[in-house]
Design a protein around this ligand. Structure first.
Ligand code: ZN
Length: 216
């Protein structure tokens, strides 16, 4: 059927739409934590928990071209900081590796695959922190909606958009630092570990989801 273009251009962000946004993320002090900048717009499937709930709620109902300031409290972002996610391990657990404060790595925990950060090294004891680095933080997003389109059936089935280089989206799979988890590696259909090192801060951990990276 013939659809007049203004109708398409005013498609609103709603469940089952694929949305591309540009964003800058700042903390309470106005420091820039992350920005879509060079990576280009972040594309996600709305209503599929691809991104943190507070941001998703903030984008709801917008149209392409809209800009907005979205304030996301910790409980709608990366959660409150939890002391329970701190764990002491002996230095010897690192074997031949020399741990350093700030070092991050993937590890299998009783909460599943997590990114752990070395928080403190005290003699023979190393404190690991399983909190997301943005846990407990209020997030200030400046967003601009770049595009809104209806999701394809396969995208709805997989729970993520299929553009800009496969199911993990543009630039999700980092060439990042101490990445033990072989993100988007072809060898294994790793669930959840995908994209967790260099993922955009707006995206939820494991955002590439249960569909894995192997989808085509
Ligand atoms: Zn997919």
């Amino acid at each position: 059927m013939a659809v007049d273009s203004p109708l398409l251009n005013t498609m609103r962000v709603a469940k089952e739409t694929v949305v591309a946004i540009e964003y800058t993320l700042k903390d309470d002090q106005g420091n820039i934590i992350d920005a879509s900048g060079e990576r280009g717009p972040m594309e996600y499937l709305h209503g599929a928990q691809n991104i943190i709930p507070g941001l998703e709620q903030g984008v709801e109902g917008l149209v392409a071209g809209d800009t907005k300031n979205v304030l996301v409290p910790p409980q709608l972002g990366y959660g409150e900081y939890s002391e329970k996610l701190l764990q002491l391990v002996p230095l010897t657990a690192f074997g031949a590796n020399t741990p350093q404060v700030g070092m991050r790595f993937h590890a299998e925990t009783n909460l599943g695959m997590r990114v752990l950060t070395i928080k403190k090294i005290d003699g023979e004891e190393v404190t690991l922190d399983g909190n997301h680095e943005l846990a407990g933080k209020t997030l200030h997003f400046d967003i601009k909606v770049v595009s809104v389109r209806a999701a394809e059936p396969t995208e709805l089935a997989h729970g993520h958009p299929h553009q800009s280089g496969g199911c993990c989206g543009g630039g999700g799979c980092g060439s990042g630092e101490a990445s033990g988890g072989g993100c988007c590696s072809t060898e294994e259909g790793s669930e959840g570990g995908c994209c967790s090192t260099e993922e955009p801060a707006a995206q939820k951990q494991g955002g590439c989801g249960s569909g894995g990276c192997g989808c085509s």
